[in-house]
Design a protein around this ligand. Structure first.
Ligand code: SF4
Ligand code: MG
Length: 339
């Protein structure tokens, strides 16, 4: 089908234990708390939200690098939460993560060549030293590195080059699905643009399905076909990147967008900035009803009692624009009284 990855009601709750001797579980951190999300084959989906909103946990749970505590994940039609060991092994080849810190994720004692070759050995691909070396050279060229760097060690490289090595390693098994988790956050701004462009060209050339996880809405917009916005463990809005920028429907998305700097100073002065008050609640104390209501400038009667479902925005936008907010849903919007 058209959908490669589908999360339905996905949950990752971590137990919170009391400090006393008995350390009984006293509650849960609801890191991912009922996420519905579809990732289409061949698209780049941006997943954006403030740090701590659960987006990394969600990315990891889709690949079962973190165990979901509820709901389901389907990958190419197969139930990831019920996979056997061998099915999981094949998933580990087809679905990979590129992590934030390229230094921490590379073993300093392994050469670049060994680092990139390791997944080939794990998955039994390109067997034999000569075939493996040829594939490593091909992968290094693919990410814009000279194949001669295979003999060198990670500490000899800049952050941007190390991130390229991390990407070459991730692509070794010819994955279909790549999760980039804050993959450029630790790099200098000038290098960020180069790595973003590399990711975009690889996505197109290889037909990858990309989940681009970032707190940086500007970077996400630049790269993504569609964008999902996450708040306190839940996806609250999904739309195409242009629709989301032009007509954000959820008050949280509106606030996030209003904080993205505009290119011209005149436009910057003219626009209204929505400043959210209050702190993000703890994921162990999620508010009742709409979880955004404690910070929402537009909260109204139903918001404390009714948890808004993610549903199609009926009026404003083209099909496929969904938001979880009573202002746009069927539930709770007061009908105008007859005169
Ligand atoms: Fe704000 Fe209510 Fe919409 Fe939640 S449901 S975002 S509190 S208006
Ligand atoms: Mg994170």
């Amino acid at each position: 089908g058209d959908v490669l990855v589908r999360a339905s009601g996905l949950q990752v709750h971590f137990p919170v234990r009391s400090k006393g001797l008995r350390r009984r579980a006293t509650g849960a951190v609801r890191a991912v708390d009922g996420v519905d999300l579809e990732i289409r084959r061949g698209e780049t989906l941006g997943l954006v939200g403030e740090s701590g909103c659960g987006k990394s946990t969600l990315g990891n749970a889709l690949l079962r690098l973190v165990e979901p505590t509820g709901g389901t994940v389907e990958f190419d039609g197969a139930d990831v939460t019920a996979m056997s060991r061998s099915a999981l092994r094949s998933l580990r080849r087809r679905a990979v993560v590129v992590f934030q810190d390229p230094y921490a994720s590379l073993d300093p004692r392994m050469t670049v060549g060994q680092t990139v070759a390791e997944p080939l050995q794990v998955h039994g691909l390109h067997r034999g030293a000569a075939a493996r070396a040829a594939r490593v050279a091909e992968l290094l060229e693919l990410v814009g590195l000279d194949p001669s760097v295979a003999a060198r060690y990670p500490h000899e490289f800049s952050g941007g080059q190390r991130q390229r090595v991390g990407i070459a390693r991730a692509l070794a098994g010819e994955p279909d699905f790549v999760v980039c988790d804050e993959a450029i956050a630790s790099l200098d701004v000038s290098v960020q643009a180069q790595v973003l462009n590399l990711l975009r060209s690889l996505q197109r050339r290889l037909g990858l399905t990309l989940l681009f996880v970032s707190h940086d809405l500007a970077a996400v917009r630049h790269l993504s076909d569609r964008i999902a916005v996450m708040y306190l463990g839940r996806v609250v809005e999904v739309a195409s990147a242009p629709d989301l920028a032009a007509a954000p429907q959820h008050p949280y998305t509106q606030a996030l967008l209003s904080a993205v700097p505009l290119p011209s100073p005149a436009r910057e002065r003219a626009r209204e900035r929505i400043v959210l008050t209050g702190d993000v609640p703890s994921a162990s104390k999620v508010p009742s009803g709409c979880r955004f209501r404690t910070r929402c400038p537009r909260a109204f009667a139903p918001c404390p009692d009714v948890d808004p479902a993610l549903q199609e925005v009926p009026s404003a936008s083209p099909a496929g624009h969904v938001a979880a907010c009573h202002l746009h849903g069927v539930v709770g919007v007061p009908e105008p009284a007859d005169p």
